[in-house]
Design a binder for this molecule. Structure first.
Ligand code: FE
Ligand code: FE
Length: 182
């Protein structure tokens, strides 16, 4: 497809996002399965439902534009999913592995945030207010997921740090008095 108009470009970007969402639909259950933390697993499962909804929204937008959402493979998402797969297969401490899964997932969310932000702006430039609004809705959900992942990481981080503290204590039992447990 040649890009001669603003609409062509919006359609290209939406096809890319559609492919990205569909690849994620397959990857998220694997991430959920690999997560140790119950909260992290729940977050991945919730975002799977949202991801399916995001793909449906693109289908609806494309229908409005009289185009098919299919026909493009998002190579960036392919790479991000591949990195996630590497982490899933990695031998790691459970808390560290969860953090690594969060890192991979946040890279995905940031890619989507960039894609939806740009697509929304293109829709605005085209004067497609309704489409811009729908894309903004998805963008907000990606942003919320990103924030939630940061919060989960902060929680996990503290647990991992506490474990390190425990280990240090057992190596040098006399040196620490401040880490008394309540
Ligand atoms: Fe999404
Ligand atoms: Fe997402």
């Amino acid at each position: 497809m040649s890009l001669s108009t603003l609409k062509d470009l919006l359609i290209e970007e939406l096809k890319d996002l559609y492919s990205a969402e569909n690849q994620l639909t397959k990857a998220l259950p694997r991430l959920a399965k690999a997560a140790q933390s119950e909260e992290l697993r729940a977050a991945f499962e919730t975002h799977l439902e949202e991801t399916e909804e995001h793909a449906t929204r693109i289908e609806q937008i494309m229908k409005q534009l009289g185009e098919s959402p299919k026909g493009k493979k998002c190579k960036a998402m392919e790479g991000l999913v591949e990195e996630g797969k590497e982490i899933i297969e990695e031998d790691a401490e459970p808390g560290i592995k969860d953090l690594a899964l969060i890192v991979a997932a946040q890279k995905v969310e940031h890619y989507e945030i960039a894609g939806y932000g740009s697509a929304r702006t293109l829709a605005e430039l085209l004067g497609e207010e309704e489409i811009a609004k729908t894309l903004q809705q998805t963008l907000d959900e990606e942003g919320k997921t990103d924030k939630l992942l940061t919060e989960l990481a902060m929680g996990l981080n503290l647990e991992a740090a506490a474990e390190d503290d425990e280990e240090e204590k057992s190596e040098a039992p006399a040196s620490s008095s401040k880490s008394r447990r309540s």
